[in-house]
Ligand binder design. Structure first.
Ligand SMILES: Cc1cc2nc3c(=O)[nH]c(=O)nc-3n(C[C@H](O)[C@H](O)[C@H](O)COP(=O)(O)OP(=O)(O)OC[C@H]3O[C@@H](n4cnc5c(N)ncnc54)[C@H](O)[C@@H]3O)c2cc1C
Length: 268
């Protein structure tokens, strides 16, 4: 690990001022991704600005058709929260399957989507639920937020404060986890809204994406059989020591079918 300085932010304004003053400073939320990256010398921030205790980034509330979750909310809190479980149980289910108990006790929603790991789980729910990522200065629709591997629409000095999830009629998440880390080898989030069905895929490609062919098929017939004959081209999908692209393409169809089958017992 390279040397760095540490500041605990006492408010959002102070954290923003720290980022503006030093382009090499980085926010520290749960530290579950940033600290291992620093230990491996893959990241060398000059200063860590700890936002882990900011009240402005906390809170979960249902507001008409949206569920607002503070960026600093930890995975375990989302999994257990009564409002999330009532409004969007598929999100609680997804959060409860991230990593292991230690990761769920420390990792945050904001840290996960800011990092935008191609195998992270939340991006599938954020994109599937047509969420808006709320920052200190604007709201960014999910369709514009995720821009490929470890890349988002965030400015370098921009802080995510919350995510406003749309609440579908029904939703479900199916994941084929990596057996060691729990990251998604492939994960598919299916959400049924009054006017559309959305299918968001994580883990399979360089970033989360919508599978439009499946969305069109499911809009006509919301059944696992409707996607059974669909296949996604492996071109451009991830290929690594864990699985070739063809395997991940197969998993996309399979996980989509499992998510659709799970919709039968799901409510919004
Ligand atoms: C062993 C292990 C297993 C894991 N398994 C899974 C898994 O199964 N599924 C999964 O999805 N993830 C998994 N993760 C990742 C985990 O969910 C992390 O918590 C998450 O990726 C990062 O969140 P964090 O709060 O720890 O962020 P940090 O590590 O603190 O920060 C990550 C990045 O986000 C930036 N950042 C943090 N908060 C904000 C904000 N509010 N606004 C703007 N930028 C911000 C930081 O500056 C940093 O660049 C795993 C991690 C580990 C170590």
């Amino acid at each position: 690990m390279y040397p760095f300085s540490y500041q605990r932010a006492t408010g959002l304004a102070q954290a923003l001022a720290g980022l503006k003053a030093d382009p090499q400073a980085r926010l520290l939320a749960g530290g579950m991704t940033l600290l291992p990256s620093m230990k491996h010398r893959l990241a060398a921030p000059s200063t860590l600005i700890d936002i882990g205790r900011l009240d402005e980034l906390r809170g979960i509330a249902r507001d008409h058709d949206a569920l607002s979750v503070g960026a600093g909310t930890r995975h375990g809190e989302i999994a257990a929260d009564a409002t999330v479980r009532a409004s969007l149980p598929a999100l609680a289910d997804l959060a409860g399957r991230i990593g292991d108990p230690q990761v769920r006790a420390r990792g945050t929603l904001g840290g996960s989507i800011a990092n935008n790991d191609p195998a992270a789980d939340y991006p599938a729910a954020v994109l599937g639920c047509r969420a808006v990522v709320v920052t200190d200065r604007r709201g960014i629709p999910a369709d514009e937020f995720f821009q490929g591997m470890f890349t988002t629409a965030l400015e370098p000095d921009e802080i995510i404060t919350a995510v406003r999830f749309g609440c579908p009629r029904r939703a479900a998440y199916a994941k084929f986890p990596h057996p060691a880390s729990g990251y998604a080898m492939t994960g598919v989030f299916v959400a049924e809204f009054d006017d559309e069905v959305r299918v968001a895929v994580t883990g399979a490609g360089p970033g989360v994406f919508r599978w439009q062919a499946a969305e069109a098929a499911l809009a006509r017939d919301l059944s696992a059989a409707a996607v059974g004959s669909l296949s996604l081209s492996p071109e451009g999908l991830n290929a690594d020591l864990h699985a070739p692209a063809q395997y991940r393409a197969h998993l996309v169809t399979l996980m989509t079918q499992r998510a659709v089958a799970a919709l039968a017992s799901a409510s919004a």
